[in-house]
Design a protein around this ligand. Structure first.
Ligand SMILES: [Zn+2]
Ligand SMILES: [Zn+2]
Length: 177
C-alpha cells in the first residue's frame, strides 16, 4: 500500500516503502502510459513534525513507447529519484510544486497520486530506440535503421536536377559559340 498511516509515522519517525504498482492498475487507466513492467516504488517516508511528511522514493519501470524518429515500438527504462514534502492543508491550499497538501486530520497519506504524477512528468518527451537512430527516409518512408533505401544514394532534389540540366545546356551553348 502506498497509503502511509500518519499515526504510525508520527510514532516511528520513519516508514519504509516497497511497493509494486502493476501495469493494469487503475492509476494508469486515464494516462497514455503503457507499462511493460510493474512500477517499483522504493524508499522511505519521514515525519518532519508539525504534521509535515517528506518522502524520498526511487521509481522504476519499463514502458512501451514508440521511437520518435523511426516510429518503431521500443521500451523506455524509467528510473526517477523523487523527493516530495507533504503538509496538512489548513485552508485548502493548492499544490504549489514544492509542497503537496493533504486534508488536515487525515488518518493516512496516500502517495499514489504523487507517484503517478512523477511518472507522467518523468517519461521522455523524445524517446529514441537508440541514440543514433537513423529514422525514416523522408522520400520513401523506409526505416533507415533496417534498409538503406535507394533514395539515400541519389538524394538530389529534383529542383537541383533541373538547374544542373539548365547549366549543362548553357555550357554547351557557350562552348559552341
Ligand atoms: Zn528509432
Ligand atoms: Zn528512401
Amino acid at each position: 500500500m502506498l497509503a502511509i498511516s500518519l499515526t504510525r509515522l508520527e510514532r516511528e519517525g520513519m516508514v519504509g516503502v516497497e511497493e509494486e504498482i502493476p501495469p493494469q492498475h487503475p492509476a494508469w487507466a486515464d494516462t497514455s502510459l503503457n507499462l511493460a513492467t510493474a512500477l517499483s516504488v522504493r524508499g522511505r517516508v519521514r515525519w518532519l513534525g508539525g504534521g509535515e511528511v517528506a518522502a524520498s522514493l526511487t521509481l522504476e519501470a519499463s514502458l512501451h513507447r514508440e521511437c520518435r524518429r523511426c516510429l518503431e515500438p521500443m521500451v523506455e527504462e524509467l528510473r526517477l529519484e523523487v523527493f516530495a514534502v507533504f503538509a496538512p492543508a489548513s485552508r485548502g491550499e493548492d499544490d504549489d510544486g514544492e509542497i503537496r497538501y493533504f486534508p488536515a486530520g487525515a488518518a493516512e497519506l496516500n502517495l499514489l497520486g504523487a507517484v503517478r504524477e512523477e511518472v507522467i512528468l518523468g517519461t521522455s518527451p523524445y524517446p529514441l530506440c537508440r541514440p543514433d537512430c537513423l529514422g525514416l527516409c523522408p522520400h520513401c518512408g523506409a526505416n533507415r535503421n533496417f534498409e538503406p533505401c535507394s533514395c539515400s544514394e541519389g538524394t538530389a532534389d529534383p529542383r537541383w536536377q533541373t538547374l544542373r540540366a539548365l547549366r549543362e545546356q548553357l555550357e554547351r551553348t557557350n562552348g559552341s559559340s
